[in-house]
Design a protein around this ligand. Structure first.
Ligand SMILES: *Cc1c(COP(=O)(O)O)cnc(C)c1O
Length: 389
């Protein structure tokens, strides 16, 4: 491979076994609503130690049905982190609810529990407490779920974990998705994420009512379960629409890819951790902050984000890396500073100072299982040149 080859920031890994699994579905009786979606759901639920899993056609649709199942509606208030993909906040607006944000912890880039506590105290005095908090496990590192779980009990809000980055990561010995401190956990299977189904997502929960509701919501609000019908079934053909839902179903084609990929999830996370370790070592003498992982947490390292000490050189460094064929990226532009959010909430760059400071310094380095040490050395060499400009 020439040293000029482009290194993307993320890339899916598809094995021959993955291709065979997809082909098998294509040659079977069911392209959708067959046996593979439930098999993928069961595998992920068992792995996470959660009772129920509901596959959807994206994490965004899973977030939407999770919000609806939790009763989010027009009068509801949902809080999330500014440093996330827009879906974590958009899901509230899909339900007509109001969104607000809680600033991040500067070391982990996750929602800061202290900032959350302070915002809750002030919201309580104004009778504006949130109904739901969407906690994002940024880069694959679990947020401080013990503290957030305690606050949720004290102030009575429900918790959704947006674990789009974090499948295979763990928190004090339990895999992300155990829902020990939350109501629902969401995963994404977009191709840049740890596992992929092309497009796809999954909600996991231990609450049977929430699970039933999400199953109905992802398929038009329809049930075939006589127990959940409002009157006796007319016959075997019968189904009832008991609420308003969507077509958010995952296909069996997609689930076959996901289930096959899931087979080496632990290996994928180990590979990413090994790559993160190499970056940590290669970057020791550069003017950057490398990721800080808290005790008790295993990150799945969806992203490897460095922060530049000197934020003034971020753009030139980024441009030079891109010019040299290194596909760096920035995750994320603080959601409240997006034009749409500025319009509806009146936020500015000053509203969430830690998120803004993070945004001005952050660069995501390439991170995917097939990255080699040689490629990592080239990334770091180019970064060193860019910082010396
Ligand atoms: C990727 C991502 C999403 C959206 O996932 P889709 O499957 O593309 O809908 C939501 N939240 C976070 C934090 C993400 O990284």
């Amino acid at each position: 491979m020439s040293t000029r080859d482009y290194i993307p920031y993320g890339r899916q890994k598809i094995s021959e076994a993955d291709k065979r699994a997809v082909l098998e579905v294509l040659e079977s009786d069911f392209l959708t609503q067959g046996p593979v979606v439930p098999a993928f759901e069961q595998a992920l639920a068992d792995f996470c130690g959660a009772k129920f899993a509901i596959a959807c056609n994206s994490a965004t649709s899973a977030l939407h049905v999770a919000c609806l199942a939790l009763g989010v509606e027009k009068s509801s208030v949902l809080w999330t982190s500014p440093i996330t993909f827009v879906s974590s906040a958009n899901c509230a607006l899909f339900c007509g609810a109001t969104v607000d944000f809680v600033d991040i912890d500067e070391q982990t880039f996750n929602m800061c529990p202290l900032a959350l506590k302070e915002k809750l105290e002030s919201a309580e005095s104004k009778d504006e407490l949130p109904d739901v908090v969407v906690v994002v496990h940024m880069c694959g590192q679990s947020a401080d779920m013990k503290s957030i779980g305690e606050l949720s009990k004290k102030y009575g809000f429900r918790v959704i974990e947006d674990a789009s980055h974090a499948v295979g990561g763990s928190y004090y010995g339990q895999y992300v998705g155990s829902c020990r401190y939350s109501d629902v956990t969401i995963f994404s299977f977009h191709p840049v994420k740890i596992l992929t189904t092309g497009e796809g997502g999954m909600a996991v929960t231990n609450d049977a009512d929430l699970a039933n509701m999400m199953v109905e919501l992802r398929s038009h609000g329809i049930t075939r379960d006589p127990e959940r019908m409002e009157s006796p079934p007319h016959g075997d053909w019968y189904y009832q629409q008991i609420r308003l839902g969507f077509n958010y179903r995952m296909t069996d084609i997609a689930a076959a890819l996901g289930l096959s990929q899931f087979g080496d999830l632990n290996r994928r996370v180990e590979d990413r951790n090994r790559l993160a370790g190499s970056y940590d070592r290669l970057l020791t003498n550069l003017e950057v902050t490398t990721p800080f992982i808290k005790t008790g947490v295993v990150s799945s390292f969806h992203l490897y984000v460095i922060k530049l000490t000197d934020k003034k050189i971020r753009k030139t460094a980024f441009d030079m890396l891109r010019e040299e064929g290194i596909g760096v990226n920035v995750h994320y532009i603080p959601v409240p500073t997006q034009p749409f959010y500025k319009r509806i909430g009146g936020w500015t760059e000053e509203s969430f100072p830690k998120s803004t400071d993070y945004y001005q310094r952050a660069i995501s380095l390439p991170m995917y299982p097939e990255l080699t040490l040689e490629m990592q050395k080239r990334v770091v060499r180019t970064l060193a040149e860019a910082l010396a400009l």
